[in-house]
Ligand binder design. Structure first.
Ligand code: DX5
Ligand code: ZN
Length: 224
């Protein structure tokens, strides 16, 4: 996987048909998605439950490109190997999920995946300033994690601070939550290169009407 800072659209399958994940992943990739964003929730770190490593392993053969796994779980460490073995390219853990984020990031890289760190909206950029050499991706949450379809929280200053902190390092800056054609441009202008979008990509479409996914993805791309 070569690094680049071009803008990538990463639909979140949290807004897909849960009975049809394989076909949904194939449909969004065929319609122009760059990455597939996979939201894992435990009902403990966040007030919602989705699925675990077995589901990630099941959908992996249906994704040609990057599988970007966002863990909203605590603890994280006991499950890292299972998600790496499920074929995750990126495994992202929350800085708020426990006292040992550095150990977690090392374990993710040690398992052969790229390491991401996520920040809740209330967590300052400075929380991760000493982790810059230990990460491959920063996920800036622009909603409180747990649900799709929430209102975007503007955090352009924080994104810009993180972009400065990253400097020349090969670290992606990903925005997650409330991304739409209206909110995406400010994120990219501030320095983001990966845009997660759940409801904005899946709304109005289905595996039998996948052109809508393509229109929705293009609407975000055209806006930036
Ligand atoms: C929120 C998840 C997001 C979510 C985004 O907890 O991490 O990935 O699915 O959904 P939208 O784009 O609908 O805000
Ligand atoms: Zn997410």
């Amino acid at each position: 996987m070569t690094f680049d800072r071009s803008v990538k659209i990463a639909p979140s399958i949290l807004s897909a048909d849960f009975a049809n994940f394989g076909l949904e992943c194939e449909a969004i990739e065929a319609q122009g998605a760059d990455w597939v964003h996979v939201d894992v929730m435990d009902g403990h770190f966040v007030p919602n439950i989705t699925f675990g490593p077995a589901t990630c392993a099941a959908i992996r053969p249906h994704i040609k490109g990057v599988m970007d796994v966002h863990l909203m779980i605590a603890p994280v460490d006991p499950y890292i190997d299972a998600f790496a073995q499920a074929g995750a390219d990126f495994i992202t853990a929350h800085v708020e999920a426990g006292p040992h984020i550095h150990r977690t990031l090392q374990a993710i890289r040690g398992a052969g995946a790229k390491a991401g760190v996520a920040l809740n909206p209330g967590t300052p950029a400075s929380a991760i300033e000493d982790l810059m050499d230990d990460i491959d991706l920063i996920c800036v949450m622009t909603v409180n994690p747990g649900f799709g379809g929430q209102k975007f929280i503007p955090l352009a200053n924080k994104i810009a601070k993180l972009r400065d902190m990253v400097g020349d390092r090969e670290v992606h800056i990903e925005i997650d939550g409330g991304v739409t054609p209206a909110t995406a441009p400010g994120c990219v202008a501030a320095g983001a290169d990966v845009l997660v979008a759940g409801s904005a990509v899946f709304k109005g479409g289905s595996v039998s009407n996948p052109d809508v996914y393509g229109q929705n993805i293009r609407a975000i791309r055209d806006a930036i």
